[in-house]
Design a protein around this ligand. Structure first.
Ligand SMILES: NC(=O)c1ccc[n+]([C@@H]2O[C@H](COP(=O)([O-])OP(=O)(O)OC[C@H]3O[C@@H](n4cnc5c(N)ncnc54)[C@H](O)[C@@H]3O)[C@@H](O)[C@H]2O)c1
Ligand SMILES: CC(C)[C@H](C(=O)O)[C@@H](O)C(=O)O
Ligand SMILES: [Mg+2]
Length: 351
């Protein structure tokens, strides 16, 4: 069981260190190797996804990633930006299915900015297509036209790309409450009309799942108005990026939202949904739970170790019940801890 560990930038190294400690504590004999991705990789090699990393990532069964990016790299040419490294590895490993579960742990009902009764019991899964859409579409760029600069990107989805993410989403819904909401903008964008048409076609294979459709602007509103109406949501790369950050606040903090990015053979990259949080990097205060929960998803999806996955998730529930809180989920009367202390508490709860 080979894991490629990519700590990345900002808080990345701090939070991945805790997830690695948790994985090692399970005594499952993982082989782990660490490599560079993102800004650190650009500084060392000029490439945000260097060849050595590519080799390791391709050979591994799973990748554990912290986060990439930071203001010091924002003015580099686009192909050298840390984010290109992340998009590069997702594309290279064909990780087209991004699962972002938003679960509210009961102890955090007051940490959400929404009223507890709106979010209590929340358990939704966002399935985001990850290797297509406007993120990768050609043509793209900025050109001179009539004496001014014109910027352009292209939203593009092939039928087969929509179909394969559709199957992932329907199958996920079958294992849950059998409700799937497909999010698009078919009232304006042809590309997403195709998205809707193909989702309807795919639904014929899943008569036990109730398919509904929602326009993305309404979906953004419904997520804060009545999020518990959703079970599984499926959407494209761009809409999924935005809606999953929105959903994270339903759970109390973006520091709680894990993710799995999978290919069609259960190889996966596991990372928190949040970024490198440059504002708190190096301070030892970041919440490591999203990364630890991402490691639990690795145990479940790549290694098929459901029992161990549940063991890690239960340890997270235990530390929250014990009152441990990093700054992002802190409320009066709880025990404020740093990144490492939170990791210590999870380790203790595992024992
Ligand atoms: N997957 C990734 O690697 C990824 C994802 C998103 C953003 N980014 C990159 O990260 C950089 C910063 O982006 P941003 O500021 O828009 O988003 P961000 O998610 O890094 O931070 C947004 C806010 O959430 C807080 N936050 C995030 N994670 C936290 C955690 N674990 N614990 C406590 N607080 C946390 C931050 O302190 C900040 O206030 C950019 O360079 C961006 O491109 C990377
Ligand atoms: C950093 C960026 C490329 C990335 C994305 O947009 O996919 C991030 O926001 C995410 O959600 O993983
Ligand atoms: Mg994002």
């Amino acid at each position: 069981m080979k894991i490629c560990v990519l700590p990345g930038d900002g808080i990345g190294p701090e939070i991945t260190a805790e997830a690695v400690r948790v994985l090692n504590a399970l005594d499952l004999k993982f082989e782990m190797e660490t490599a560079l991705l993102g800004g650190g990789a650009v500084d060392a090699t000029g490439n945000p996804y260097p060849e050595a990393t590519q080799k390791l990532a391709r050979a591994a069964d799973a990748v554990l990633l912290g986060a990439v990016g930071g203001p010091q790299w924002d003015s580099l040419p686009r192909e050298q930006r840390p984010e290109r490294g992340l998009l590069g590895i997702r594309k290279d490993l064909n990780l087209f299915a991004n699962l972002r579960p938003a679960i509210l742990y009961p102890e955090l009902a007051n940490a959400s900015t929404l009223k507890p009764e709106v979010v209590a019991g929340l358990d939704i899964l966002i399935v985001r297509e990850l290797t297509g859409d406007i993120y990768f579409g050609q043509p793209r760029g900025v050109r001179e036209e009539n004496g001014e600069r014109v910027g352009f990107n292209t939203m593009v989805y092939s039928e087969s790309e929509i179909r394969r993410i559709g199957h992932v989403a329907f199958q996920a819904a079958q294992k849950r409450n059998r409700k799937l909401c497909s999010v698009d903008k078919m009232n304006v964008l042809e590309c997403t009309q195709l998205w809707r048409d193909v989702m309807i076609e795919v639904s014929k294979d899943y008569p036990d799942v109730e398919l509904s459709h929602m326009l993305v602007d309404n979906a953004a509103m419904q997520l804060v108005k009545a999020p518990k109406q959703f079970d599984v949501m499926v959407t494209g790369n761009m809409f999924g990026d935005i809606l999953s950050d929105e959903a994270s606040m339903l759970t109390g903090s973006i520091g709680m939202l894990p993710s799995a990015s999978l290919d069609d053979k259960n190889k996966g990259l596991y990372e928190p949904s949040h970024g490198s949080a440059p504002d708190i990097a190096g301070k030892g205060v970041a919440n490591p739970l999203a990364t630890i929960l991402s490691a639990a998803m690795m145990l479940r999806y790549t290694f098929g170790l459901e029992e161990q996955a549940v063991r890690v998730e239960n340890a997270v529930k235990t530390v929250l019940a014990q009152g441990y809180r990093t700054g992002d989920i802190y409320e009066r009367g709880t025990n404020k801890v740093g990144t490492k202390e939170m990791g210590d508490a999870v380790l203790a709860a595992l024992a």
